[in-house]
Design a protein around this ligand. Sequence first.
Ligand code: FRU
Length: 471
Amino acid sequence: MRRLVVILTLVLPLFVAAGGDEPYRSLYHHTPPVMWMNDPNGMFYDAQTQLWHLYYQHYPDDIVWGPMHWGHSTSKDLKTWEHLPIAIYPDSVGMIFSGSCVLDTNNTAGFGRNAIVAIYTSADKAQTQSIAYSLDGGRTFTPYKGNPVLTGDIADFRDPKVFWDKQADCWTMVLACQQEMRFYQSDDLKQWHFVSSFGLGYGCHGGVWECPDLLQMDDNGQTKWVLICNINPGGPFGGSATQYFVGDWNGKEFKCEKGKYENEKMARWLDYGKDHYATVTWHNAPGNRIVAIGWMSNWQYATALPTTHFRSQNTIARDLSLYKDDNGEYRVRVLPSPESKAIRGDRTKQLPAAAVIEIDVCESRKPALITLSNDKGEQVLMTYDFNAQTFTCDRTKSGKTDFSAEFPAVTTAPLFVKHNHHHLTLYIDHCSIEAFDGEGYWAMTNLVFPTQPYNHITVKGGKAKIYNVNL
Ligand code: FRU
């Protein structure tokens, strides 16, 4: 079976590259060559080879969720991906759920200098944390004989994200534990002890907390820490979404001002669409950048999406940083990474199925309307409402929507910073629309399944420039 999976993983990308695939296969977004994918996992950047590694929750035997493996792809440019054999298989400790990778430069774990260590959840009757190491640059992993390295007392105990904590001078793990995030520390990645937890009474709790990340961000000399907290269900438009908290980490505890997150309405979202989940960041990204990628789907309907050989895609890579909104509140700025911006090619008049569109809109009393449509009358309507101070995306008439009652939707982003000229970039790729405010004040990611690609765009109250994709 393992051999068949390896052959399929290697041969199918050739088939896909030859165009022998289906209409909703993305051109420049990461997709699994075949079968099921959910969360991005264990991403790390290898400075020596200059490769971005991306692992992902993968079930190689079906296009729905099943016993989880870590699929593996690498990229030189974050635009095109090479698919490699499955990196970690389920074992006697359990299925391989989400987690992270670190470069163990100082050989703290004793697996070898520069070993890549994966820390993930083993899911069996209980959820526990395990580690595996790679001595060949992340291609193959050997599970540690002493697994699991961390056991718990609750059912939802998963998705370890590990980083080297300079303040505490040790490894720190953030772990999703039902309605809170717990922090554990270790000198050797093998023995972990609990240090603190965060979450009860803060933010949204409409579902279970999953896939955390803890990120240091600086803004004009001020250091803040951002705790990423994916939640499912309980997102602002139903199902899965990514909330975050801006606060302080002192090497032991994460603290943020309770008054700023007291009720669900105050929750801050990294993306205001319906299809942005399990978002986490690359370990060791160059230039100290914070580079994130998310699963472009939603558990409400992920297993029903109208594709046949594969299921799901990831967002384009995004760089995260801080900004202050009009109330002086820190929020996370989300912009396409420089590598993602390089997707934009030459200008064109005709709208292709994969494109980048730059739109300028000026504030006026009337809302600005942006419509993508095809000759069958299927359309996506985006609206800047300057009175309500919102940007919305309506996909209720976008094409195939009836595979799930939860799919037709209107999503809304508040405009946190008032300005009278708005620049917007749309990344369109066969079945997805990612909209970014020009200053990164908000992002919105939504899937769409037109029965023919949208080939028209109209902008009332603004101007659009269409670009081909440059791969
Ligand atoms: C999030 C998630 C994780 C878990 C994984 C299992 O989408 O539920 O919490 O580790 O998927 O595939």
